[in-house]
Design a binder for this molecule. Structure first.
Ligand code: UDP
Length: 259
């Protein structure tokens, strides 16, 4: 009886969107007992994403939740100036609170659409009692951000539980939970028991994960995964915008249409 993995993914329209969504879909197709909550940052669901999901082969729910214009990253600003995917993740949490069977053994993972995920990562997170954590590659100005853990072998069972003792990160290590969104998973029960646990647009930049986790777990309760947090199974990625320098000209000439 495998616990279900609910994968929550915010997504928004841009040239890369389908390319990114397909990459994530191809991983999820390898994962048993998975449910994809794909949340479009739009006033209405798009036909593009609807068709994509219909033919994806991945069990899913299609949601939408627009970000108000004042919270959108301006074209010329660096992407870190505004939090991204916040209201979309919250919309998925609301959906789970209304629709998920509270007795279903399940874990919730926030998977942005542009990262690189290994199949093994999902095997690691599936058995999460409260909140599990692991390293994330290529994030926070370093090759790897990771929890520092104590995983003792050969001692009394009650002392043998692996523990997080600290964090190895470059940026703001004083944050209570200095991890990226890709670096943790939460047992569904914990989210249902804490109905106020959600992400905030008002969180200080870089504190979204910390503010969320602080409401539901303590450092002592964290469950290290990925061989005592020594293996990198997920990488934070930012796609380069594709070169579309001839696209507008061809469209004006009527020689380029949507396919
Ligand atoms: N996203 C969104 N609306 C936006 C910008 C981003 O829904 O206006 C989504 C995006 O598709 C991704 C998540 O929010 O799944 C995080 O965005 P991004 O990867 O740009 O943020 P980063 O991880 O670099 O902080």
């Amino acid at each position: 009886n495998l616990p279900t993995i609910f994968v929550i993914t915010p997504t928004y329209a841009r040239p890369n969107q389908l390319a990114e969504l397909n990459r994530l879909r191809n991983v999820l197709l390898h994962i048993p007992q998975v449910w994809w909550l794909l949340v479009e940052d739009r006033e209405e669901k798009s036909e593009l994403v609807k068709n994509f999901l219909t033919h994806s082969g991945v069990p899913h729910t299609h949601l939408h939740q627009p970000t108000p214009p004042e919270w959108k990253v301006k074209d010329k600003s660096p992407r870190w100036t505004k939090p991204r995917g916040v209201l979309q993740r919250n919309a998925a949490l609301d959906w789970l609170r209304k629709n998920a069977d509270p007795h279903l053994p399940a874990v919730v993972y926030f998977a942005d659409d542009d990262n690189s995920y290994s199949i093994e990562l999902f095997q690691e997170m599936r058995w999460t009692s409260q909140v599990s954590v692991w390293p994330v590659g290529l994030v926070g100005g370093v090759m790897v951000e990771r929890p520092l853990c104590l995983c003792r072998q050969g001692v009394e069972p009650d002392q043998a539980r692996p523990m997080v003792t600290g964090w190895l990160v470059g940026w703001k290590p004083e944050r209570p939970f200095p991890t990226d969104m890709a670096g943790f998973a939460v047992n569904l029960r914990l989210l249902l028991d804490n109905p106020d646990a959600s992400f905030s647009l008002e969180s200080e930049i870089g504190f979204m994960e910390t503010d969320f986790l602080s409401r539901i777990v303590t450092k002592e309760e964290l469950e290290p995964k990925a061989e005592c947090c020594t293996k990198v199974l997920v990488w934070h990625m930012n796609a380069v915008n594709p070169n579309l320098k001839d696209e507008v000209r061809l469209r004006q000439l009527g020689r380029q249409t949507d396919i």
